[in-house]
Ligand binder design. Structure first.
Ligand code: MRU
Length: 353
């Protein structure tokens, strides 16, 4: 079966498939320090919430090989510093702080034993985070497949596949599972401006995976729904707050409003690592504001006059009442999300992850 690996560990190097160049060129960046990984994250060489958690955890494995610390507490200081840098790279994607926290807890619990033990604990935790995400994607696909009717036309936004998870993807995992179950589905791929993750990445991935797909302009969703050509919408998430609000790629909220108006189910697929019970509502989610050049000069092509004032929030928040269900590795969650999300997080904690 076709797989697409977005990262590779090569000894003390983290190799990252540079997604900015896809689909035209498959070039790998070799990162030797957390700072290099931080830059790869900021510049969108690697993107998408679950892989950002995995990459951040792997970035912390690069601290020890280049460290001059002579004792565990010196190493812990360097790790904390790298963790703070990584958390600040993409503030909406909660998987980064979630993964970094896990690695720091593992490192601290070994600090009494020596530098070698801290290093081993970090490595093991990074591997566990990736392995768990792979399994979560499989489970999300299996649960989500149940929501997809035979022959469905599915609309999706941004990129949620193998490039941005440790496995088959989240929303795209649902799509792939339905395709592999032989349901003869077809996918409408939003181009997803201004960075074109849909046009460049999702259309490419689905093509390689043999899933029938059609690229559409973001603005086409309304008329596709009105003419009955969308049976369901499924997207990923960068952060799901305790009340079930979903922060995801800019444009997601608009799709949810349209879906409600046209009586089309709007599903969100995400691992439990994307659920943030510490943040009560969507209003408190930090929304990353990106450079105006992504709008004025997309993909280095001047479109607007370079000094045109431009606002570029990378994410928006969909309120819980517009979300028909949230597909996680622990099942399909329905309203009231305040309790079903808490139960799903509890299941994860009981399993010791
Ligand atoms: O800015 P990006 O490309 O990192 O945004 C990614 C998304 O919004 C995805 O939908 C989300 O992270 C889910 S990834 C499985």
């Amino acid at each position: 079966m076709t797989t697409i690996a977005p990262i590779e560990r090569r000894g003390d190097v983290l190799a990252i498939l540079d997604q900015r160049r896809l689909p035209h060129e498959e070039r790998w960046l070799e990162c030797r320090t957390p700072a290099e990984v931080g830059e790869a994250i900021r510049s969108l060489a690697v993107r998408g919430a679950p892989i950002l958690g995995i990459v951040a955890a792997n970035a912390l494995t690069l601290v020890a090989p280049s460290s001059r610390a002579s004792n565990p507490s010196g190493l812990m200081e360097e790790l904390e510093e790298a963790a703070a840098m990584l958390r600040a790279t993409r503030p909406t994607a909660v998987n980064i702080s979630w993964a970094v926290h896990r690695v720091l807890v593992a490192a601290r619990s070994s600090a009494a034993f020596g530098i070698g033990e801290v290093r081993a604990a970090i490595e093991l935790e990074a591997i566990a985070i990736e392995r768990e995400d792979r399994a979560a994607c499989d489970a999300i696909g299996a649960f989500g497949n149940e929501l997809v009717p035979e022959g469905a036309n599915v609309l999706t936004h941004c990129n949620t596949g193998m490039l941005c998870t440790g496995g088959i993807g989240t929303a795209q995992g649902v799509i792939l599972a339905a395709h592999r179950a032989g349901k003869r589905i077809h996918v409408w791929v939003d181009e997803t401006r201004p960075v074109w993750q849909g046009a460049r990445l999702t259309a490419w991935e689905l093509g390689r995976l043999g899933v029938p797909r059609t690229l559409v302009a973001d603005g086409a969703a309304a008329s596709l729904m009105r003419s009955g050509r969308v049976d369901l919408v499924v997207t990923g998430a960068d952060r799901i707050t305790a009340d079930g609000s979903v922060a995801n790629k800019i444009g997601t909220y608009g799709l949810a409003v349209l879906a409600r108006h046209h009586d089309v189910p709007f599903f969100v697929a995400a691992p439990v690592s994307t659920i943030d019970l510490e943040t009560a509502t969507g209003a408190e989610v930090p929304i990353e504001e990106r450079a105006p050049q992504e709008l004025t000069t997309p993909l280095d092509t001047p479109v607007a006059e370079p000094d045109t004032p431009a606002a570029n929030p990378a994410f928006d928040v969909t309120p819980p009442d517009l979300v028909s269900a949230i597909v996680t590795e622990h099942g399909v969650l329905r309203r009231p999300y305040a309790s079903t999300l808490r139960e799903a997080v509890g299941m994860r904690e009981r399993r010791g992850a």
